[in-house]
Each structure stands twice: as C-alpha cells, then as structure tokens.
Design a protein around this ligand. Structure first.
Ligand SMILES: NC(=O)c1ccc[n+]([C@@H]2O[C@H](COP(=O)([O-])OP(=O)(O)OC[C@H]3O[C@@H](n4cnc5c(N)ncnc54)[C@H](O)[C@@H]3O)[C@@H](O)[C@H]2O)c1
Length: 339
C-alpha cells in the first residue's frame, strides 16, 4: 500500500485528493495545511476547473499544520505537493530528503535556479520527483502530440494555443496575484502552453512576447511567438484579464500540412481532426483528465513499472526558463534568444 500525503489542501490539494482516491493500492494517510480551519473551508467550492468540489471525508487521515511534522510522523511513500508556488523548491527538497516520492504541482518553482536545486535533490535522494504538467497528460493534448509525432498529416505549419480566465481569487491570502510568490499570469497560467509547445516541438531558438500590464505593473495578458528558425508560426496566449463571468477557456489550433487539429474546451465535440480531404472526426482519447493521467504515470514510476517518457525534470525546468525569457521579452520589448 502506497502511503500518500498531501501538502497544501486548497484547490489543487482537493483535486489531487479526488484523484488519489481512485488509485488502487494507494491510501491518503495525511494532509497538511497551515490553515487551522481547513476541514470547514474544504466545503467551499474553489478553482476554475471541475473536479475539486464536494464534501471531503477526513476519516482515517491525520491532519497536520506543518510539513516538517507530517514528514517526521506520517511515514509517507508519496506526497502530492500542492502548496503555493513559492514553497515548491524548499518543500520538495525536504520531502525528498525524507525519502518521499514527490508529485509537485506546476510550475516547478519560481526560478530556473530553484528548479536546478530540486533536480539535484531528486538525484541525491534517488526518489521520484515529477512535476504536475497536466497538459502533457490531458487526453486531447496527448492525442494531438501522438498525431503530430506520427507525421501522418505532414509537418506542423502553425500552432495557436490559448488559455484565458480571470485572476484566481480563491487563495486564502491572494498569493496568486503577488508575482513574487506565484510568478503571475506567465508562470502560473501561460506556462501550461509554453510547456506544451516545448513538448510538441522542442525548445525554440528565441521567444518574442508582448504583454498587457495593470497600472501597478502586474502582467495580466501575454502573447508569445516561439521561433524555431524555420517558417512555422507558433503562438501562445495566456490571460488573467477576463471578466469573472467569462469563466475559463483553453484551446488550440494546430495546422498540419494535411489536417487541422482543433481543441476548444467550451465546444462539443471539444476535439476534432479536420483532414484536408474527408470529414472532420473526433478521435478516441484516453479516459479521465490530465490530473488522473499524471497521477497514474507518477504511481507507475514510483512502482518501477514501465512508462512512456512524457516529461523530464530538465524539461520542466526549461519551461520555467522559457517563461523567464518571455517575461524579459515583455519588459525589454525585444526578442530573447534561448541558449
Ligand atoms: N495543474 C493545474 O491545472 C493547476 C491549477 C491551479 C493551481 N495549480 C498550482 O497548484 C499550486 C497550488 O495552487 P492552489 O490553487 O491549490 O492554491 P490554494 O491557495 O488554493 O491552496 C494552497 C494551500 O496551501 C496552504 N498553505 C500555504 N502555505 C502553507 C504552508 N507553509 N504549509 C502548509 N500549508 C500551506 C494554504 O492554506 C492553502 O490551503 C500552485 O503552484 C499552482 O500554480 C495548478
């Protein structure tokens, strides 16, 4: 039995809780959250993606306020690290040094330098550290990657990726809107598409980004072109500036030589392959969502079972590195080369 703990029991902690409940051979034995009212507060619906809401049964689960105490007492095999981003590096390192396998939410950390520390800690511990880049596992995004890799419709001509919503307003002390603690819209939201672009096409040679800022200087909307030194056009857009009534939308259009792949989470069917000849169709995709798929991947890796290589720690670090370059490009109004 895999003894599982969850550190940070806000929106994503509860999302991971629901996913872990469905994993055979795993048991959530401990939860840690600094909020003393966490049991009451979990009754509130939070977040922008369905799956974390509903009553939580804390039966048989030890609740801690402090990660060090949980690590010392709970004899964990695995930890979902769903704490605010500014705590990812320090807390991953602590858990790994206690011999605990860690599934840490994206972004890996606030800076590439912190990510490098986490990579070193993982190598030293010989335990699994996986970053929650759920979009790589999201069934439609994963299927699109397979279709592109198969080359059955030719090479990528252009790709547009979009992720839009209003600024997260559910965190206890609004840490999301503090760029020093969350990295803001670029690192928190837009990185999903930055990372998927990297997954699909590898590291670009340069990024050129434009951003809209609030009067205080906070970035709320970013558009990036990823340059590959050829004639394809790859653009991703992420925004927190939408009105709250807009909700949340993620989408892509991938134009191949002989087909267009279209995904829009607000449409039905959400995913279509539109071939140059013949009818548009919706391909079979894996069951569940990116969260259930990433946890399955993590559990198999921990158990030493074979898994396809979906992501590495270096790639997760490189997505943070790309976002750093994107923010530099926004601030300097210049293209930034990726070394
Ligand atoms: N993969 C995704 O789709 C996705 C979506 C949303 C958020 N995230 C990421 O998940 C992470 C958490 O985001 P969230 O939306 O759950 O935030 P949240 O604010 O809802 O939850 C964070 C929780 O951590 C607790 N906490 C804060 N400091 C603590 C400490 N020192 N010790 C113990 N508990 C502490 C807070 O009380 C809170 O309950 C972030 O890194 C965010 O970027 C990922």
């Amino acid at each position: 039995m895999l003894r599982v703990g969850i550190a940070g029991f806000g929106f994503m902690g509860r999302m991971h809780f629901r996913q872990w409940k469905a994993v055979k051979g795993a048991q959530i034995v401990a939860i840690c959250d600094a909020n003393p009212n966490i049991k009451e507060d979990t009754k509130r619906a939070v977040g922008n993606i369905k799956g974390a809401e509903g009553e939580i049964d804390f039966g048989g689960i030890e609740v801690y306020r402090d990660l060090d105490e949980m690590l010392a007492k709970a004899r964990l095999d695995a930890l979902s690290l769903t704490l605010p981003t500014y705590l990812h590096a320090e807390c991953s390192e602590k858990a790994l040094s206690h011999g605990v396998n860690v599934l840490c939410e994206k972004p890996m950390a606030l800076t590439a330098a912190e990510c490098n520390r986490m990579i070193r800690a993982a190598r030293k511990s010989d335990k699994v550290l996986q970053i929650g880049h759920c979009v790589r596992f999201w069934p439609e995004y994963a299927r699109a990657k397979e279709i592109v890799d198969s080359s059955q419709y030719g090479r990528v001509v252009a790709g547009m990726f979009q992720r839009l919503g209003s600024a997260p307003g559910w965190s206890v002390d609004n840490w999301f809107v503090d760029e020093a603690r969350s990295g803001g819209v670029a690192l928190d939201l837009h990185i999903h598409d930055t990372d998927y672009v990297q997954y699909l096409l590898g590291m670009p040679k340069a990024v050129c980004s434009h951003g809209a800022k609030k009067p205080g200087g906070q970035l709320i909307h970013i558009v990036t072109e990823y340059e590959y030194g050829d004639d394809k056009v790859i653009v991703a857009e992420g925004g927190w500036g939408m009105s709250p009534t807009f909700g949340f939308e993620m989408s892509f259009n991938i134009i191949l030589e002989k087909a267009t792949l279209v995904y829009d989470c607000t449409r039905s069917p959400a995913f279509r392959v539109c071939p140059g000849d013949g009818q548009a169709f919706t391909p079979q995709v894996a069951a569940g969502d990116g969260y259930s798929q990433e946890i399955e991947h993590f559990v198999k890796t921990v158990r030493g079972e074979p898994v396809p290589q979906v992501l590495t720690l270096e790639q997760s670090r490189d997505s943070v590195r790309l976002v750093e370059a994107e923010r530099k490009s926004v601030d300097t109004h210049k293209k930034v080369a990726i070394k």
